[in-house]
Design a protein around this ligand. Sequence first.
Ligand code: AHR
Length: 316
Amino acid sequence: MSKRKPVFLVALALMLVLGSVVGARQKKIVVGFAQVGAESAWRMANTESIISEAKKRGIELIFVDGQQQQANQIKALRSFIERKVDVIGFSPVVTTGWEEVLEEAKQAKIPVILTDRGVDCADDSLWVTLIGSDFVEEGRRAARWLAEKMNGQANIVELQGTIGSAPTIDRKKGFEEVIAAYPGMKIIRSEIGDFTRSKGKEVMEEFLKAEGNRINALFAHNDDMAFGAIQAIEAYGLRPGVDIIIVSVDAIRAAFEAMIEGKLNCTVECNPLLGRHFFDAVEAILAGKPIPKRIIVEEGIFPQEVARDVLPTRRY
Ligand code: AHR
């Protein structure tokens, strides 16, 4: 009887060790994610992609909607730090003003992943990676397409996104860079439309009131603003897609429907399906694996002519 005791104790110790290893492995990953808001159909698809991917992987996601306010996002990041989440993800509504809170995350040793939009901070050790589109290239793509369509001659109005946000700054930059080579292409009006349909309509009404029939092209920084502008153009008595050639960004399903109706001429893709890339990065970071500082997703451009064929394949 007494000879059996050591064997029993060794077995018990082994079970305890194994149990704690399995337990450690099974500890749920907790991720805090501060979203920009719900300003566009693109954003809703992006949110859905993040939430469904977390669910699929059994990761606990604390999701906060920033309602397009930097203060809300900063508050959310601080609450994630307090809750000691494993990783923080966020899509910054604007590029500046993040140093302090990102420094707090760094002090708390919580890795930060930027998705979709970048920040303008000198110290790039404050985040691990930025996953998303090349917004400058999106602006260039829109301009190249428009220059060809208009034979290098156009009076363009521009609906910009949210002031100070990465896609607004970069799309404008890329667009202007390309049209600079065409002396006949001019941006005659450019205003903030905040990436929303209602603001897009309101600003387009102002453009039409000021410039009327002089306008023959529109560059909208997203599809939602283009839809608002289409309503304004029709109410003004002009034909969107014919009298005013329209190129926008995102390539959501509704843009393909508008192109089939002949009201939108071209949409440049901005891919919102970042959930898989985001949680791949989360898992890699927690496993101590190196990941690139910048992960750019693949995107295309869709003119009206291909809309009917492509629509059935669109996922958002
Ligand atoms: O940051 C991506 C942009 O934000 C999308 O183009 C726009 O629709 C969204 O609101």
